[in-house]
Design a protein around this ligand. Sequence first.
Ligand code: GLN
Length: 262
Amino acid sequence: MNEQELILTSVLQCRRVDLYTGTVEVTADQKQQLDDICSRRSSREPAQYILRTCEFMGLDLYVDQRVLIPRPETELLVEAAATFLQKAGKPLSVLDIGTGSGNIIVSLAKNFSQHHFLALDISKEALEVARQNARTHDVFSRITFLEDDIFSDTCIRKIPLCDIVISNPPYIPSGDIADLQPEVLQEPHGALDGGEDGLRFYRRIAQFTKHALSRNGFLFLEVGQGQAKDVQDILEQTGHLVVQGCLNDYSHIERVVIAQRI
Ligand code: GLN
């Protein structure tokens, strides 16, 4: 659904097709709600924050200003990990670094009941949203939520050894943030800012996997446009990771980098 359809079906409590068959009556109250939404949209508040919902991997997730709005490209990252999990002959542990709304970990937990899941985030507020989404989708008991900063040494000590590490880290270079669209600027700064060259989190995650990823375990990373080569170099330079491949998104942008711990 496009944005207008999303807003209309949500306020009018109808299906998309009803919008085009002319069968929906609009009450005065609904008209008022639509006017309010239009004025918030004109001040560039993202539709997903206004409606408090975002669809990801077929799940309706709760979102608000405490978390990044899940992007369609991230579904590719989830699908890559899912393909791997599907083939696993034993229960595996999966760590999601920077879980945000919990979009990645909740959709994986929803599809794989035999594996164990850990969701890490530095933001207490984001973890509240992730927990709420896990409860709504009945996977709360299978996800361990951890509030910590991957840049701290205590975090490295606290995280158990995992078989899969997955992450869509902040990857926008600090200097580019001010030029982003007003909608994006309403998202949490910490979920966007990837440091001076946008690669700060990849360097840290690469080091982190030395301790957190089991031998032969897999790392799945979403990367920003034009970052795949640099990220692959960062991973290879650790000496403990070997790049296994890179997946393009639907706009033919290299979007997911996959590596294995040796
Ligand atoms: N894991 C969340 C997502 O993919 C949050 C990512 C982030 O905050 N950078 O949308």
